[in-house]
Structures are given as C-alpha cells and as structure tokens.
Design a binder for this molecule. Structure first.
Ligand code: ZN
Length: 249
C-alpha cells in the first residue's frame, strides 16, 4: 500500500530542512532523522509544525506498509497536534490539516488492530487519542501502562508526599517510595481496580478496544488505571486516572 497523494509545493526558502529530514525519516533506517524531527518540531520548535510538508508526509508514512515507520509518524503527528492545541489554545492546526489528520487517524486505527507487541499497541492507542484530540493527557495515561507505574500526588489539599502506583509484573499496589529502588519491606497498599462492568466513558472505550484487539493484559491494566489507589500517607482512596489528569495540568 503506497500513497499516490501529491506532495504540496512549497516555495519558502526554509523548506529544505523539513523536506530533507522527512525524506530521511521515511526510509525507516535513519533514527537520527526521527530524533531531529522530534527536537526541531516538538522540543525546540525551530521547524514550523504548520509547514505544508510536515503532517502531509507523516500521513503518507502512516499509510505506508512499514509498521515501524508508520508508528513513528503517528506518534510524532499526534504529539505535535496536542502540543499545538495547548500552546495556542486553538485547534487551528487540526482544522488547517483536517484531511491529513483524518488520514493519520484512519491509519492509526488500522495499525492498532494488527499490532501484537504490547508497547507498540499502547503507543498506537496514544496516537489515536492524540489525533482525536479530545484529551491532552493521553501521553501521561499511556506512559503509566507502558512503564507499569504512575508517579502521582495525593489529592489531599494539605499535600502528602508523591506516591507510586504500580500496575504490572511487580504487582498492583501503591507505595510511598519508589519500589524499584527500595527494599522489599516497604509498605504497600493494594489497588482497587474498576469492575469492568462499571467502567464508563474513556475507560470503557479503551478497555473494550484492548479486548477486541486481543490485548487482555492491557485491558486488565486499564481497570487499575481507571480504578482507585490508596495514599500511603493519609490512607485516602482516590481515582488513579483523576490524579493522572491533575498532574498533567
Ligand atoms: Zn494522602
């Protein structure tokens, strides 16, 4: 599946750099090009996200038949759109490039259904959410599923210490200390996963999606992310996802 959509003409003098980087990235063998794209488009903004080639070429890559290149393109495009939403407090970039965003989203949903690797799948779900643009904290939500832990603040207004919510091979619990770095005798509090039947909204949708796509273990992890944890300091129970949202500001 190759795309035949024409690359838009660009006449501005600064177009060589994005064109060159995107061409190198599209080969799928140049990780430095991807690193440079992230730096120059996302981190320092020295390249213009609204440049006509950027989302257009990323959409072409997403619709190509190389899974890794498509995943990289979807990840970057989703992050750029969410950053633009937040930076400008408008959805202008999404509106300006609506056909490209639609192509990216369609590709993300196709790749999601055929991706077996756990973490690759998680990043495609993140891309879907970022491309849809309804929430700005998909990265934070998915990061915890991938890394199997969330570092959060207790919602208590008096402020408890940071806490960790562990979801995965090390168990399902909250703790005041970074469990990975500490002795085994650290006090832990079991998590309270959501009953799948009671999930609503985004939790319901992501849970159903993961199961339909054959990722039972991710579906189970999501019941913890959309469930409750106990603060190790004040022992108050709170919504994990609620504090993920709170932390992402
Ligand atoms: Zn607390």
């Amino acid at each position: 599946m190759t795309t035949s959509s024409p690359v838009p003409r660009t006449d501005d003098a600064g177009s060589d750099r994005p064109r060159a980087l995107l061409e190198r990235a599209a080969t799928g063998r140049d990780s430095q090009a991807w690193s440079d794209l992230w730096t120059e488009l996302y981190h320092n903004g020295s390249l213009e996200v609204a440049h006509p080639l950027v989302l257009h070429t990323l959409a072409d890559m997403a619709q190509g038949d190389h899974a890794d290149t498509a995943a990289s393109a979807l990840h970057l495009a989703g992050a750029l759109l969410v950053q633009s939403d937040q930076r400008h407090e408008t959805r202008n970039l999404r509106h300006q490039y609506a056909p490209e965003v639609a192509r990216l989203l369609g590709a993300a949903n196709r790749w999601r259904q055929v991706t077996v690797d756990r973490n690759d799948y998680c990043h495609l779900v993140e891309a879907v959410l970022n491309l849809e643009g309804d929430i700005h904290w998909a990265e934070d939500l998915i990061w915890g599923i991938v890394s199997e832990e969330y570092e959060l603040e207790c919602p208590d207004p008096d402020g408890c210490a940071s806490l960790w919510v562990i979801i995965g091979e090390r168990g399902f619990f909250s703790t005041a200390e970074d469990h990975a770095l500490s002795d085994d005798d650290v006090e832990t509090f079991p998590l309270h996963p959501a009953e799948p039947g009671t999930l609503e909204g985004l939790g319901r949708r992501l849970y159903d999606l993961a199961r339909a796509d054959g990722h039972e273990e991710i579906a189970r992890a999501l019941t913890y992310a959309f469930g409750e944890a106990t603060c190790p300091e004040c022992e108050q129970r709170f919504s994990v996802v609620g504090q993920v949202v709170a932390r992402s500001g």
